[in-house]
Design a protein around this ligand. Sequence first.
Ligand SMILES: Cc1cc2nc3c(=O)[nH]c(=O)nc-3n(C[C@H](O)[C@H](O)[C@H](O)COP(=O)(O)OP(=O)(O)OC[C@H]3O[C@@H](n4cnc5c(N)ncnc54)[C@H](O)[C@@H]3O)c2cc1C
Length: 402
Amino acid sequence: MEYQDSERSRELAGRARDFVDDVVIPRERELPGGTAVPDDVIAELREEAKSRDLYAPQIGEEYGGMGVDFRDVLPLFEEAGRSLLAPPAMRVDAPDEGNMHTLEMAGTEDQKDRWLRPLLEGELTSAFSMTEPRQGGGADPKMIGTTAEKDGDEWVIDGHKWWITNGGEADFYITLARTDQEKHPYEGCSLIVVPEDTPGLDVERDIPHLGDDVVSHVHSEIRYDDVRVPEENLLGEEGEGFTIAQKRLGPARLTHCMRYSGMAARALEVAKAYTSDREGFGDPIADKQGVRFEIAEAETNLHAARTMVRHAADEISRGNQARVEVSMCKFFTANVTENAINTALQFCGASGIGKDLPIADFYENVRQFRIVDGPDEVHKRVIARNAYENVDMDELDPLPTF
Ligand SMILES: Cc1cc2nc3c(=O)[nH]c(=O)nc-3n(C[C@H](O)[C@H](O)[C@H](O)COP(=O)(O)OP(=O)(O)OC[C@H]3O[C@@H](n4cnc5c(N)ncnc54)[C@H](O)[C@@H]3O)c2cc1C
C-alpha cells in the first residue's frame, strides 16, 4: 500500500503552510485569550487566502472553488488545522465546509445559486440540524423525532434540535426530518433547507459549553413549530436524507481528522520549542528522557493517524465508502490528538494553561472531537460489527452516526 501525497497535493499543502505561518499565526497573537475573533480579521485573511489561490480548494471551480480532488486536498486541511483562524480563512471550516459539499453533491442548480455560491464567498453562513434532545436522535440518529409533512406545495416541519453549530447565526439550516412515518428512518428521512427568517423557527438558547470558542461557534437549541418552506427546498430526493448525510459525513470525518492532526502537530511544535528553551534541574527540559519519550509516543501516534487517514481517503477516492476505515480513523485520531495536545500542554507548564500560547485553546477544543461526528463507542460498534460478523458495512444502510 502506498500513501504518498501527489506532487499537486504537496505543493498545495506547502503553500498553505507558508500562509498559516507567515500570515495567520501572527494574527493569533493580536487577540486577547478566549475572545472571539472579530469578523473583519477573518475577512482580511480570506482576501489574502484568495490572493494566494488557497480559498475553498475542495469545491468545484464552477462554484468558485479550486476543484482539487478530495485525496489531494486533505494535506491542506492538516496545515489549516495548525491555527484556529486558518480553516475559516481558507473556507475549509466546519460546518460550512460539509454543508458546501452537501449542496454541491445534492443541490439543484437553483439551490446552488441561492446557497452554495454565497456560502463559499462567505456572504452566508450555515448550519446542519440533526441532533435532538433526550427522546430524539443523538448517537443513534434513527431515533429522530422531527417531522416534515407535505401540505400542498409546502413542507411543514415540527421538531426540537440541539447542539446545532452556528444556530442563531446561520442564514439557513440544512434540517434532517422524518418525511415518511411508515418507512424505517433510514429510508423515510429527508434533508430540507430552512432559511433563518422562516416563521416558527425559534433559536431558544446558545448552550453553555466547555471552552471559549476563539472562532465564535455557538451551539444552539432550536424549535421548529409549524415551520413552512416551499417544496423546492428539499435537498436531493425525498427519503434520501440519511444517504446524503452519510455521503457528507465520511469525507467530512476525514477532513476533521486532518484539521485536528494539524492542531496536535502545532501543539507539539510549541511544546518542543518551549522545552528546548526552558531549563530546569541543570539542563533544558527537552533533554529529560521522561519528556522525550512522551513526545516520541505522541509523534508516533500522530503519524499512525495521518497514515490511516490517507489510506481511507485513497479508498474513498476509488469510489468506496470505506466505513470501517473511516470509523477507525475517527476514533483513533480523536484520542491521539487529544492525548498529544494534553502532553504538549503539560510540558509547557503554566504557559500551557495560559493563553499566550495556543495550546490551551486547542485543549478546550479537542475534547469535543471524541463526541461530534459520532462518539468513539459508535465508531467502535461499526468496527466490531465488521470484525465479529464479517459484515460488509458499505452494503448496509447509512451509518447510525452523525
Ligand atoms: C461542539 C459540538 C458541536 C456539535 N454540532 C452539531 C451540529 O452542528 N449539528 C448536529 O446535528 N449535531 C451537532 N452536535 C451533536 C453531536 O453530533 C452529538 O453530540 C453526537 O452525535 C452524540 O449524540 P448525543 O450527544 O445525543 O449523545 P447520546 O446519544 O446521548 O450518547 C451519550 C454517550 O453514550 C455513549 N454511547 C452512545 N451509544 C453507544 C453505544 N452504542 N455503545 C456504547 N456507548 C454508547 C457515548 O459515549 C455517547 O457519547 C454537536 C456536538 C458538540 C459537542
